[in-house]
Design a binder for this molecule. Structure first.
Ligand SMILES: NC(=O)C1=CN([C@@H]2O[C@H](COP(=O)(O)OP(=O)(O)OC[C@H]3O[C@@H](n4cnc5c(N)ncnc54)[C@H](O)[C@@H]3O)[C@@H](O)[C@H]2O)C=CC1
Ligand SMILES: C[C@H](O)[C@@H]1OC(=O)[C@H](O)[C@@H]1O
Length: 254
């Protein structure tokens, strides 16, 4: 039997990158999947096609996670389509690299709204549905190695990732009595659209690669296995945990 057979998994920001790899990964593990996406209809449709190719049901719901009502609408549509919500993967995020001293107010506010508040409201909406259902569930936040270490051009971003990590710790306590497990994954540097421009700097890319004991930058698919694990009953006694998925970058001081 597949690890996620019979489960309904929701993934935000799933038309590209880690979210898409997570959506396809959980489908391959037997889950039906509802994805949230922000703007790219074709990419969202392609993700649903991949979910269906894995033999599962898929649905795409458009919405900006920064708006609290997007979360309730996403959960409502998932329940209408597939009857329940077992797992929420809160993944949507932005990282507009910028220096600290002249950081535009709007960039700070938008990054906080999308990454942290978006994650908060998505997890809250999913948890309310899980409590109503009465048979537990799992919240998984896509935080970052940046929850633990800083970045010169990420002063607006790293606090959102630390915030998500902290949110999973607090919700693990708040929701344990409802058998809802709450964990985060902390990806290292993963090659996706979010950092395409930043890593186009050849010197920077070489520096980042050299920091990684496993010898390569990550691929979005590297997150699929850890997310499937945390979503599954194999992780039945895992809550409040943060799983680094970084090729060993964090522990590599010198
Ligand atoms: N790529 C990396 O090195 C790392 C990425 N992460 C996190 O992984 C998550 C996914 O990012 P990636 O796959 O790397 O990049 P990506 O750019 O491919 O994915 C981000 C997704 O979020 C969606 N999104 C952005 N704003 C949104 C909004 N307001 N409403 C709904 N969806 C929205 C985008 O459309 C996109 O599909 C982000 O939260 C990011 O912070 C964490 C650590 C490392
Ligand atoms: C977008 C960055 O390349 C990426 O985002 C993170 O959270 C990682 O720490 C990297 O800095």
């Amino acid at each position: 039997m597949k690890l996620l057979a019979g489960k309904t998994v929701l993934v935000t920001g799933a038309s590209t990158g880690i979210g898409r790899a997570a959506a396809v990964g959980v489908a391959q593990a037997g889950a039906d999947v509802v994805i949230n996406y922000h703007s790219r209809d074709d990419d969202a449709a392609a993700c649903v096609a991949e979910i269906e190719a894995a033999g599962q049901r898929g649905l795409a719901v458009k919405g900006d996670v920064a708006a609290p009502e997007t979360a309730t609408e996403f959960v409502t549509k998932a329940v209408e389509a597939f009857g329940k919500v077992d797992v929420m993967v809160s993944n949507a995020g932005i990282c507009p690299f910028h220096s600290f001293l002249d950081m535009p107010v709007e960039t700070v506010q938008r990054t906080m709204q999308v990454n942290l508040l978006g994650g908060y409201f998505m997890c809250q909406a999913a948890a309310n549905q899980m409590v109503k259902q009465g048979h537990g569930g799992a919240l998984i936040a896509v935080s970052s190695i940046s929850a633990l270490v800083g970045g010169e051009y990420q002063t607006h971003y790293t606090p959102t990732k630390a915030g998500l990590h902290s949110l999973m710790q607090s919700t693990a306590i708040a929701l344990g009595k409802h058998k809802i497990r709450c964990n985060s994954v902390l990806p290292g540097t993963i090659l996706t659209e979010i950092n395409k421009e930043d890593l186009a700097d050849v010197e920077k890319r070489k520096y980042m690669e050299a920091r990684i004991p496993l010898g390569r930058l990550g691929q979005a698919e590297d997150l699929a296995g850890p997310i499937v694990f945390l979503a599954s009953d194999m992780a039945a006694y895992v809550t409040g945990a943060a799983l680094l998925v970084d090729g060993g970058a964090f522990v590599n001081l010198q």
